[in-house]
Design a protein around this ligand. Structure first.
Ligand code: SF4
Length: 460
């Protein structure tokens, strides 16, 4: 049971009361549980291990899961309240159907009836407007199995060409950059390498607030003597404790990393053997960053020239290092280019894939990887396989999708062969990418535009 929040009547009359204070029944977290269930905190991409105390069918508390390798029993303030979600009084536990005659505007409906209603409405709308009248938007908080099923539901059941997931904005630029650079969208190192690094470089990531437990890895590195470099327009909590803050103008990351690489080349802070044996395109990159002198980089990025030189020197002379970035530099029209430019300074240093030497993009949601690899992404079918460019039926009237979508038949025939090939694929050498303007998200903008003409949108 909940009580209505008394307070600002103006706010209440506009938005309704806020029933956020549970009263009466309280969870007694001190009782001995029937069982402990090992699971994960679902509030961010770190997926800390947790043990839920379960009594009957109710979650009544939690215990640390100290053996879980990532968080070893630690939780952040969000995680320690995670167990309260299941029995929160605001939680929806039944289907609701909009009914203006009902005093609350919605009337409860049993699931059997609700599923029948949804199915009949899908049928009615598709009969009139065709399969592409529907779009499906998924998310990376679902399990891999659910992501797979959602893709099947959209492509096989609804037969719509419009499916995508929240990662289209979230970290798709990171995934795209990783695939271009490494041939695969995967982290090269475990987080346990962070404390071993001499320099930890954080770009566009508010780690302390968005991935809190990872902060402890960076603090461990600092306790071991590491220098922490933070590139961000904001003074985040982590920035307050780092060694070098580089307050960059938003969106200028590619120029900044080109400037750092310029100094690395000028001072020969390079791993020539790594570049020779594990990368391609270095000469073209070196040529493209020639113009990114410290003066020009400072002018474009807003970062003082002396700070750029300090950052390049710390990074260039380190023996071990770890570079981490996140949405701050990824969510731009040229996000892939920003990512590739950051990867360039990692590849040029040769510090990758060995103890204390790594590179990572922070995942935003619990199943970012599974979410984008198993059929929810507009341009991929399960198994990280690209959709082929084949025409299907016309788009809904008024829509003008820029992207060609596959038919089911083409997926089945083409991908069985490609899957076999993909399974035996090895990671391609690191690709160093020259600095140049690159409108990386034009296809997603076209896709979003076409969605505005849909008859229905299904969120999952
Ligand atoms: S760091 Fe993320 S996964 Fe871990 S407890 Fe906090 S919110 Fe949950």
């Amino acid at each position: 049971m909940t009580v209505e929040r008394s307070g600002n009547s103006k706010v209440d009359s506009r938005f309704g009361p806020l029933p956020s204070y549970p009263t009466g029944q309280r969870i007694d977290a001190t009782v001995n549980p029937d069982k402990l269930v090992k699971t994960h905190c679902c509030f961010c991409g770190q997926q800390c291990g947790i043990q839920l105390k379960v009594n009957g069918n109710e979650v009544v508390g939690f215990e640390p899961w100290e053996e879980f390798p990532f968080n070893r029993g630690m939780l952040c303030p969000k995680g320690i309240r995670r167990y309260l979600q299941g029995s929160h009084p605001d939680r929806l536990t039944q289907a609701l159907y909009q009914d203006p005659s009902h005093p609350e505007g919605f009337r409860p409906m049993n699931y059997h009836e609700a599923i029948g209603k949804v199915a009949s409405e899908i049928h009615r709308i598709q009969e009139k407007h065709g399969p592409n009248a529907f779009a499906v938007l998924g998310g990376a908080s679902m399990t891999t199995e659910k992501c797979y099923l959602l893709g099947k539901f959209a492509r096989v059941c609804l037969k719509t060409r419009f499916i995508d997931y929240n990662g289209r904005l979230c970290m798709v630029a990171a995934a795209g950059g990783n695939k271009k650079a490494f041939g695969i969208d995967r982290a090269a190192n475990p987080t346990s390498d962070i404390p071993l690094a001499e320099v930890v470089w954080v770009g566009g990531a508010n780690i302390a607030e968005c991935a809190p437990v990872t902060t402890s890895y960076i603090w461990q590195a600092r306790e071991n003597g590491a220098k922490i470099i933070h590139v961000d327009p904001r003074i985040t909590p982590l920035a307050r404790t780092c060694d070098l803050i580089l307050p960059i103008k938003p969106g200028r990351d590619a120029a900044f990393y080109a400037g750092v690489l310029h100094l690395m080349i000028e001072n020969d802070w390079l791993d020539h053997s790594f570049i020779e044996n594990h990368t391609v395109g270095f000469e073209a990159v070196a040529q493209s960053v020639k113009e990114w002198t410290p003066e020009k980089t400072a002018r474009v990025t807003g970062i003082k020239e002396s700070l750029i030189r300090q950052a390049a020197e710390l990074w260039g002379q380190a023996k071990t290092s770890f570079l981490i970035h996140a949405r701050g530099m990824e969510q731009h029209g040229h996000g892939v280019l920003n990512v590739l430019s950051a990867i360039n300074i990692v590849l040029a240093s040769g510090r990758l894939g060995r103890p204390g030497c790594g590179y990572a993009t922070l995942t935003g949601q619990g199943n970012g990887q599974g979410g984008r690899e198993h059929g929810q992404k507009a341009d991929q079918v399960p198994g990280i396989l690209k959709t082929p460019s084949t025409e299907t039926s016309s788009p809904p009237s008024g829509a003008s999708p820029k992207r060609k979508c596959p038919t089911l038949a083409s997926i089945v025939t083409k991908f069985s062969a490609r899957w076999k090939k993909a399974k035996s694929r090895v990671c391609s050498p690191g690709l160093l990418t020259p600095w140049s303007p690159c409108p990386t998200t034009s296809s997603s903008r076209g896709c979003c535009k076409s969605w505005t003409s849909l008859s229905a949108l299904i969120f999952s």
